[in-house]
Design a protein around this ligand. Sequence first.
Ligand SMILES: [Zn+2]
Length: 424
Amino acid sequence: MPRIAVPAGISTKVFILDDDALPQIPALLAEMWPGKSAWIVADGNTWRVAGERVQKILKEAGVPCCEPCILPAVPKPHPDYTLACQLAEKMPADAVPLAVGSGVINDLVKTAADIRKTTYCCIPTAPSVDGYTSKGSAMSVGGSKKTVPCPAPAAVVADKTVLLTAPPEMAAAGYGDLAAKIVAGADWIIADALKQDPVRPEIWDIVQKDLRTWLADPTDLKAVFMGLAATGYAMQLHNDSRPASGAEHLFSHVWEMEHLEHNGEEVSHGFKVSVGSVISLRLMQFFLETSPEEARRLAAPPISVEERQREIAELLKRGCYGEDPARLSMEKFQAGDAAFARREAIYAVWGDLQKKVARQLGDQEAFVGSLKAAGCPTTPEEIGLDRAQFIHGIYTAQLIRKRYNILELLYDAGLLKTAVEKMF
Ligand SMILES: [Zn+2]
């Protein structure tokens, strides 16, 4: 069985990635869930591309199968917590759930399995996100997007023939989410240099060591899926998404909370992250092209607590960003002497940090070129953002989390506005 080694200490115990992996499921179930029957959860599409075949393979191997749960394909299933609870209720006792689908089906089953305190097996149908192998699920709870804590799948069986049936835009989205690890890595380097969030080499390596190899050919879905899976393991081990996500994900979260649509369709996570990655790259390029002397000269004077509160209220006035940003952004805000001290700390590492960030980014225009070649959007217009919403998203992304990144560096240095203006 071509199993791919999984790091020790995570919930995922088995990872199979093969050209024809589905026939290996009966042996896997006998080994990991002996005596249990199988319960497939899919939607109309994923049942057609893989679920039906899995059921047939299981029956032929003599594995008892419960009546599968096939959600409607249209409208697409939503990652809604109520739906996950309904699945948990439907889940037959003493059966192992098999999530056959893309990110949403996986997140629904991940949540439902945790509610029933059982483990599950993930059978991805598209290399579209890094969330298959991460813990936690992105759920809409009472109308607002939350990460619901729940363990990652105990086993993942990725079949290349199945992955190849995914719509090209889903494969492109996965490539975008994986390519984002280049700028996300640069953000972690920035946080490390400013003593905000030290890089853990053993976790860094899981994502970054082979990243360029996985990204070399966007049509190599096995390589892209390997990368996405490894990223999920790193997040499991780190107990947080830092190894996989920097400012580019924060832009994406802002647009998600704004329910960004393009041509009447919700923009995929990977596509938002792809455009977010290009913004991160442009901001990092501003940092790389600015000397510490210029940085001092261009720095805007620090503002007062009251001025900052007014700015934040204006940025958040749409009211769709939840309760946290107003509080979090003031907690990290520094005025007066503290703001000047932070600037000195930034200037002290500036030159050295420029070298490290440049090394991590590698050939910067090739990065944008590879996103384009993979079919990912790289400009705001391609995902339906007008200029005002685009610029607003950049400033708002800096408010929503405490995760030090290029936005924080430029904000603290009094340069964020200049850097954004330079983008146009
Ligand atoms: Zn992502």
